[in-house]
Design a protein around this ligand. Structure first.
Ligand code: HEC
Length: 119
């Protein structure tokens, strides 16, 4: 009995694609528990303004990606915990303050997520 070569070649080719795709999926960013909790807070409290600008603010709320990548705030200042907490609690211009809405733990989670560069 003879195996037709192209068939077995195709099978190996397909198999290697499956392996490549499967390994590729494992490289998705893994967030720690606090980062994950912070991501949920960001998605429910911040993203609608900072990414979707659902209130059509002008100028639009700035992207917060640089906090993680470069450690700087949109205004160019250092993105220290204290600076972030101050903006979140007291707001700035058209951004409302969340004073009292976040517990210390939630604030820490939120900052941990912002420092991932919004993965
Ligand atoms: C109602 C819309 C709105 C929501 C909700 C909102 N922001 Fe903002 N945010 C703004 C606007 C507008 C600015 C720009 C303020 C300015 O510099 O005039 C801003 C600026 C910022 C800045 C940069 C401040 C600076 O000095 O560079 C940070 C950090 C920030 N927001 C974090 C957050 C976080 C974290 C949340 C969620 C907990 C959030 N914002 C929710 C509108 C919003």
């Amino acid at each position: 009995m003879k195996i037709f070569p192209p068939v077995s070649f195709n099978f190996i080719f397909l198999l290697s694609i499956v392996v490549i795709v499967a390994t590729g999926c494992q490289s998705a960013p893994k967030l720690t528990e606090p980062e994950l909790a912070g991501k949920k807070l960001y998605q429910s409290r911040c993203q609608h303004c900072h990414e979707e600008n659902d209130l059509a603010l002008n100028p639009p709320p700035p992207s917060l990606h640089h906090i993680g990548e470069q450690g700087i705030l949109p205004n160019g200042g250092a993105a220290t915990d204290a600076a972030i907490i101050k903006v979140v609690n007291f707001g700035k211009n058209k951004m409302p303050g969340f004073n009292g809405r976040f517990t210390d733990e939630q604030m820490a989670d939120l900052i941990a997520y912002l420092r991932t560069g919004l993965k």
